[in-house]
Design a binder for this molecule. Structure first.
Ligand SMILES: *Cc1c(COP(=O)(O)O)cnc(C)c1O
Length: 416
């Protein structure tokens, strides 16, 4: 079959799986096994030669199954399917988004190096950068969506470590206010500091808009990172992560994963394959619902401002949006009239929408970034990002949007 001409959503049920290898089962079984039996000692030897890079792959040769820390059918098939969405050469699935991010950062950076990153990033990523990496003498410089390319280059030059810039890590749109970071601009900064001896790796955390609505590799990124806990898993019942990129870079990421042992298990792989079958349907419906909810909020007298990609007016942001995204997404934040008291009253009054952190699942969730997901973000960043006490973040799910709006309306009535 000519898979290349088909859309990923058509292939999520079958791609990479051969029923004949599993008694004809239409679905890939859960390969709940730690190790795999070799057909012969010579076969085992040849598998290990590949696993440790002791020889080149023969034409068409795949790494044979050895041991579930290195590979397992549920992970391999899942990884092949994830590659289709981002048009990546290879993928590694991890036991959490944080393990994907921390493994990638550790593989490509060493003591003395410099990291450039967009702010704010996910709290766990921020902590890893500013505590763990710092302890290894890997320093970092943060920048905001409002900084220009020239300002960022100047910051790097002023750091005293411009020669050691080895990685740029960004998150766009920025959580929780949907500020946009220009991936192409970051790729230009990467080129500016790349030398023959030292490449600079650009990684993009695509959790918010991927893998459907944004494809960072097309805009010059080297690695795409995910918390697969969010849209990819999509049912708020599994923690997982993923990293995608070229064969060359992914060989290194997978190498470190083998030795840290932070790959996802077969059960997680199976759950994510099940989730991928409905990924596009879910995300499309979530985006449609979000557009209706955003419209309702925009017109409500108790709502001061709505942060939603469908409402961008600024020219520069519009240009980035049109280039990078194919949807306004399903994440909305808004400022409620008042402060923490009003925000909490609203959150405590919701009935259908649940008060919880996380995002991207089938059920709608609401939270208060300033005191919850972004409690640890420095005050300066909170100000730049408008993460004030009146800000509420919504992850819109697949419910009927009329019911979501009814719930939001009655909760706002309680505040009044
Ligand atoms: C949740 C999240 C993470 C961390 O992922 P886990 O699966 O919880 O480890 C990283 N980045 C972003 C943008 C997230 O939303």
């Amino acid at each position: 079959m000519d898979y290349k001409s088909m859309k990923p959503e058509s292939l999520m049920m079958s791609y990479g799986y051969k029923p004949s290898l599993s008694e004809g089962a239409i679905k890939c079984p859960i390969f709940q096994t730690s190790t795999f039996v070799f057909n012969s000692a010579m076969e085992g030897k040849r598998f290990f030669e590949l696993a440790y890079g002791l020889r080149e792959k023969d034409k068409g040769e795949e790494l044979g199954l050895i041991y579930s820390r290195l590979n397992n059918p549920d992970l391999e098939i899942l990884e092949n399917r994830l590659c289709l969405w981002d048009e990546a050469e290879d993928c590694a699935v991890f036991e959490s988004g944080m393990s994907a991010i921390s493994t990638a950062l550790m593989e490509f950076m060493k003591p003395g190096d410099l990291l450039l990153y967009s702010r704010p990033v996910y709290g766990g990523t921020d902590h890893f950068i500013n505590h763990f990496l710092k302890k290894l003498n890997i320093l970092s410089i943060g920048f905001h969506a409002t900084d220009s390319k020239e300002q960022i280059i100047e910051k790097i030059n002023n750091s005293g470590r411009a020669d050691q810039l080895t990685m740029i890590h960004i998150e766009t749109p920025a959580n929780p206010t949907n500020a946009l970071i220009d991936i192409r601009m970051c790729a230009q900064i990467k080129q500016h500091f790349t030398t023959d001896e030292k490449p600079v790796i650009l990684s993009v955390d695509n959790t918010y808009m991927g893998p459907i609505w944004q494809h960072p590799l097309k805009h010059g990124a080297d690695l795409v990172l995910y918390s697969a806990t969010k849209y990819i898993g999509g049912h708020s019942d599994v923690i997982a992560g993923a990293c995608l990129g070229s064969n060359e870079l992914m060989a290194r990421v997978k190498g470190l994963r083998t030795f840290l042992g932070n790959m996802a298990g077969p059960w997680t792989g199976w759950l994510l394959m099940r989730s991928l079958e409905t990924l596009k349907v879910r995300m499309d419906e979530q985006a449609r619902n979000a557009a209706e909810v955003a419209k309702f909020l925009q017109n409500h007298p108790l709502v001061e401002k709505v942060y939603y990609l469908g409402f961008i007016v600024e020219e520069k942001e519009k240009e980035i949006f049109n280039r990078q995204y194919s949807s306004s997404g399903a994440m909305i934040s808004f400022d409620i009239n008042g402060g923490e008291k009003q925000a909490f009253k609203f959150l405590d009054s919701l009935k259908l929408i649940k008060l919880a952190v996380s995002l991207g699942g089938t059920e709608s969730l609401a939270e208060h970034p300033q005191t919850m997901t972004h409690a640890d973000v420095p005050m300066e960043d909170k100000q730049v990002m408008h993460i004030s006490e009146k800000l509420i973040r919504l992850s819109v799910g697949v419910e009927n949007y009329h019911d979501l709006i009814t719930d939001i309306k009655q909760a706002l009535d309680q505040v009044n």
